[in-house]
Design a protein around this ligand. Structure first.
Ligand SMILES: NC(=O)c1ccc[n+]([C@@H]2O[C@H](COP(=O)([O-])OP(=O)(O)OC[C@H]3O[C@@H](n4cnc5c(N)ncnc54)[C@H](O)[C@@H]3O)[C@@H](O)[C@H]2O)c1
Length: 443
């Protein structure tokens, strides 16, 4: 099939590349000329494991090209994916400006009927509105499909190539068949193709993220309670996880969820509910718990050092909102950095991929360290915010020697409190009695 994908960000670039990989002719379109120039030079504008090789191979084989020219780009294609950003707007309602701009551009440029597929995460009713927008601007009968994306940054290529399911919101049987054919190569292992109404498809994406955010806030709240009751959330987690109704997935306590999706999508759920006067006690609480959890590391740091905090230098490992990405949107590390900078604490930060994005925000207010151990030199403590695999088994002798004080604040429960005590560290974790138990009395 001939396909255009509009937006070459985390979702659009993975979508266009994986669709080319399965044999389609794909053109990736973005208004950001710098991004397109990098892609045309064979480089990635983002970090995503495994993606660079696929982009390079499919470009070489002529199945994947990039342009900033939307009108020419969509001229010969049958399918157009919209994968532009839908950032939070006012009152948590997603800003759909980019979606409407692309809708206008398609209506103005398309000379024949297209299947327009909304892959961006959009509020329920957007498919209907885009259908109306196109019908009001052109006589050509375009179809509009909702096809939410469930990929995870850091494992995006794998998730797209082997999805748990494909959800398609579609009104028309013929179009559903085209979509089924498009996704057939990715669903060979009996994964389902789920056709439903566009409204249900749009809602499915929000409900999935609302559920995942709820699990995180749930386990974080229980972890804080464990801290206060001298129980160990890791034992508790194992104690509940073997119950098949509960399971182990996504029940790891931490420093709060971030990223470009959960915070924005929870807010969008709240905004949709507000507009329809539907109460949302649970979602309100999920958001509040997360807001408080993003402060938990700062609270522990402040309680440990007290007024002396102002004279300390701290190292931070892990800045991306999760491992294996360079994405720092809404990252808990930024909340921590802001709070520590406000206290005047000098910070030495390290992340395997996200340093450039963090530097773009903080400039010379932070010390950027290319190596994890470099960040520890002369630090009075280490705070771990993101669980990159390379942080799991550091050389603790070296860590101890490099730091002025042997204190570790672990926002991801990477280490065993007893082992850390044996190594001579003062160790704080989340919901586990570290070597120094701290009560969480906020949030
Ligand atoms: N990032 C994720 O993990 C993820 C997962 C599932 C769904 N989503 C959803 O997918 C959508 C895209 O997310 P993302 O993370 O890829 O965003 P992103 O910010 O990385 O990429 C969006 C791209 O769209 C481009 N763009 C904006 N307006 C445009 C226009 N008028 N014409 C052409 N290009 C335009 C931008 O330049 C940018 O490159 C969002 O709705 C998001 O909620 C994201």
């Amino acid at each position: 099939m001939k396909i255009a994908v509009i937006g070459t960000g985390y979702v659009g670039l993975v979508t266009s590349t994986c669709l080319a990989e399965s044999g389609n002719d794909v053109i990736g379109i973005d208004k950001d000329a710098a991004k397109i120039a990098r892609l045309e030079a064979g480089q990635l504008p983002i970090y995503e494991p495994g993606l660079l090789e696929l982009v390079q191979r499919n470009r070489r084989e002529g199945r994947l090209v990039f342009t900033t020219d939307l009108a020419t780009g969509i001229a010969d294609v049958q399918l157009i994916f919209i994968a532009v950003g839908t950032p939070p707007g006012k009152d948590g309602e997603p800003d759909l400006g980019a979606v409407w701009a692309v809708g206008d551009a398609i209506a103005a440029a398309a000379k024949d009927a297209k299947i327009v597929i909304i892959k961006s995460t959009v509020p329920v009713g957007t498919n209907h509105q885009l259908t109306k927008l196109l019908a009001s601007r052109t006589q050509i009968p375009h179809d509009v499909v909702s096809n939410p994306e469930f990929l995870k940054e850091g494992a995006a290529v794998d998730d797209f190539m082997k999805p748990d399911r494909v959800v398609v919101g579609v009104r028309n049987e013929r179009v559903a068949e085209v979509m089924n054919e498009l996704y057939a190569p990715f669903l060979r292992t009996e994964r389902p193709f789920l056709a439903m109404s566009p409204e249900s498809a749009e809602m499915t994406k929000y409900v999935a993220n609302a559920m995942l955010a709820t699990k995180i806030s749930f386990i974080n709240e229980m972890a804080n309670l464990c801290d206060a009751l001298d129980a160990d959330i890791n034992d508790v987690r194992r104690g509940i996880g073997h119950d098949v109704r509960i399971g182990f997935q996504f029940l790891f306590p931490g420093a709060g969820y971030g990223g470009s999706c959960f915070p924005k999508d929870v807010q969008a759920v709240l905004s949709m509910a507000r507009q329809r006067n539907v109460p949302t006690h649970l979602m309100n609480a999920v958001e509040q718990v997360n807001y408080a959890q993003k402060q938990v590391l700062f609270r522990k740091v402040k309680q440990h050092f007290g007024p002396a905090l102002r004279e300390k230098t701290l190292a931070i490992w892990g800045l991306a909102f999760k491992p294996r990405t360079d994405d720092i949107r809404e990252a808990p590390a930024l909340t921590l950095i802001d709070a520590l900078l406000a206290e005047g604490v000098p910070l030495r930060v390290h992340d395997p991929e996200a340093l450039a994005n963090v530097r773009a925000i903080y400039g010379n207010r932070l010390e950027y360290c290319e190596r994890p151990y470099g960040a520890l030199e002369g630090a009075d403590g280490l705070v771990i915010v993101t669980e990159w695999p390379e942080f799991r088994r550091p050389d603790f002798d070296l860590v101890r020697r490099l730091m002025r004080e042997q204190v570790v604040f672990d926002g991801r429960n990477l280490y065993e409190p007893r082992v850390m005590a044996g190594l001579g560290f003062v160790y704080y974790a989340i919901g586990r009695q570290g070597t120094a138990s701290v009560r969480n009395d906020a949030g």
